[in-house]
Design a protein around this ligand. Structure first.
Ligand SMILES: Cc1ncc(COP(=O)(O)O)c(C=O)c1O
Length: 399
C-alpha cells in the first residue's frame, strides 16, 4: 500500500524548490541569464583550488578500495582525528575522534542528532523564522516541532516566549547561526542567556535538554563579525557542521556531527549514530570526499563575493524604502515585503523575473528571502528589475 504520510506531504512541497523550478522553466523561455533567480542556497563560488588538487592527488596515490570502498560506519578514523585537532585548536575544545560522526551534510547530522536525543512524541523547539526543512526533519524523526515566535527587533531570541514554551516535554532545542533566512548571528549575550535558561530547566525537570546546533554557515561570516562557537556555551550540545557552503560542495553531501565531550552519554552518542544510520540509510559518506576534506580543513571558498552581493542589495533595498536588517553572515537577506501577504508580493515580482521566496513557510509572515549566492554581475543587473517592480507595483522610487 502506498504510504499516506508521504503522499500527503506532496500537497505541502518546498516553496523554495517550487520557486527554483519556476526559475528554471522561465530560463528555458528567455535564457537563464535573464532570470534573477534568488531562490536556492546553492553556492555560486567555485570550490577552493586545494580541494580539487587534493582529489587529483588522492586519485593518483590511494587504492581503488581506499577511494571508492565503503567507509567505516562512524567515519574514517584518520579524517575524524584531523577534524578533532582542527576544532580543538580553533575553538579550545577537547574533542577526540570518538566524538565525531561523519554525515551526509548538515541534514544528515541533524537527522542523527534528532534521533539521538528524542523519543517519539517529545517536543523539539526552534525559533522563527526557521529553515522550512526543519518541519520534515523533526516531524519525520517521530518528535514534534514547535516554533518559538520571532524576535523582530534583531532576530536574536525572544526569551519570554522561549521560557514559556520550554516545558517538560521539550528534550531538544534546534538553532541555526549564522542564520538562514535572516543572516543574523546569535551573539554572546544570547548564547549565554540561552545556556543559563536551558541549564536551569534541565535541573527543574530532572532530564537532559539537548541543543542541536545547525552550523552549515559557521564560516560564512562577514568582515568585522564573529560567530561564537556554540558548543563552548552549553555542555549538552550536538554541533551539526557541513562543508556544503564553506567549500561550495553541497552535491558531495559531507559534514559531521560533533558531540560535546561534556555532554550526557558523550561516549555513547557516536556509536549510537552508527545504529541510527542502519535504519535511515544515511550511512558511510563517500570515502574519497572524506579524505579530500581532511586535506583542506583550513581552507574555505572566497566568501568576499557574498559580502559584496549583500552590500549591493542591502543598500538598494534601503534606498527603495524596504525595512530590512543588515545580514552579518550567510548569503541570505530577509526584508519585509511591501504588502502584508508575502506570497502575493513574490508572485507580482515574477512579472519582473525576480524569483524571491515568500516567508510564510519560514514561520514569519510578511517577509521574503533573497538568496544572493549568484554572480555579482547578475545581482547588479537585478537592481533595475527591483526598481521597476517597486515603482510600478507600489509607486515607490529609489532615494
Ligand atoms: C539552515 C540550513 N540547515 C541545513 C541545511 C542543509 O545543508 P546540507 O547541504 O549541509 O545538508 C541547509 C541548506 O541550505 C540550511 O540552510
Amino acid at each position: 500500500m502506498v504510504s499516506t504520510k508521504y503522499q500527503n506531504m506532496l500537497t505541502a512541497k518546498s516553496v523554495i524548490r517550487e520557486m527554483a523550478e519556476f526559475a528554471a522553466m522561465r530560463g528555458n523561455e528567455i535564457g537563464y541569464e535573464n532570470v534573477f533567480d534568488f531562490s536556492l542556497g546553492n553556492p555560486s563560488v567555485p570550490v577552493p583550488p586545494r580541494f580539487s588538487e587534493a582529489i587529483i592527488e588522492l586519485l593518483g596515490t590511494k587504492t581503488s578500495r581506499e577511494l571508492h570502498g565503503y567507509s567505516p560506519s562512524l567515519g574514517i578514523q584518520a579524517v575524524k582525528e584531523k577534524i578533532t585537532s582542527h576544532l580543538n585548536h580553533r575553538y579550545k575544545m577537547t574533542y577526540t575522534a570518538n566524538h565525531i560522526f561523519m554525515t551526509a551534510g548538515a541534514a544528515g547530522a541533524i537527522a542523527h542528532a534528532l534521533r539521538l536525543v528524542t523519543n517519539p512524541g517529545d517536543k523539539v523547539l526552534t525559533f522563527a523564522p526557521y529553515f522550512p526543512e526543519y518541519a520534515p526533519y523533526v516531524n519525520l524523526s517521530g518528535a514534534k516541532l514547535e516554533i518559538v515566535p520571532p524576535d523582530m527587533v534583531d532576530f536574536q531570541i525572544d526569551f519570554a516566549c522561549f521560557e514559556e514554551m520550554l516545558t517538560a516535554e521539550v528534550t531538544a532545542v534546534l538553532i541555526n547561526t549564522p542564520h538562514n533566512p535572516t543572516g543574523a548571528i546569535y551573539n554572546e549575550a544570547t548564547l549565554t542567556q540561552m545556556a543559563e535558561l536551558m541549564t536551569a530547566k534541565q535541573k527543574e525537570y530532572g532530564h537532559d535538554i539537548f541543543l542541536i546546533s545547525d552550523e552549515p554557515y559557521r564560516d560564512v561570516v562577514f568582515s568585522g563579525q564573529n560567530q561564537p562557537y556554540i558548543s563552548s556555551y552549553y555542555a549538552n550540545t550536538l554541533s551539526c557542521f557541513s562543508y556544503s557552503k564553506s567549500h561550495s560542495i553541497p552535491g558531495e553531501r559531507i559534514g559531521y556531527l560533533a558531540v560535546n565531550p561534556a555532554a550526557t552519554a558523550a561516549d555513547l552518542l557516536v556509536p549510537m549514530s552508527g545504529q541510527i544510520s542502519r535504519g535511515i540509510g544515511h550511512n558511510c559518506p563517500a570515502s574519497l570526499i572524506q579524505l579530500a576534506i581532511a586535506e583542506t580543513l583550513d581552507v574555505t571558498v572566497d566568501m568576499s563575493v557574498y559580502e559584496t552581493n549583500m552590500n549591493i542589495l542591502y543598500n538598494e533595498l534601503l534606498a527603495l524604502g524596504f525595512n530590512c536588517r543588515k545580514p552579518e553572515g550567510t548569503f541570505y537577506i530577509f526584508p519585509q515585503a511591501l504588502e502584508a501577504d508575502a506570497a502575493v508580493f513574490c508572485r507580482k515580482a515574477l512579472a519582473y523575473d525576480l524569483i524571491l521566496v515568500p516567508s510564510d513557510s519560514f514561520g514569519c509572515p510578511g517577509h521574503f528571502r533573497i538568496a544572493y549566492c549568484i554572480q555579482t554581475e547578475k545581482v547588479e543587473r537585478s537592481l533595475s528589475a527591483f526598481r521597476r517592480f517597486v515603482e510600478e507595483e507600489y509607486d515607490k522610487k529609489s532615494h
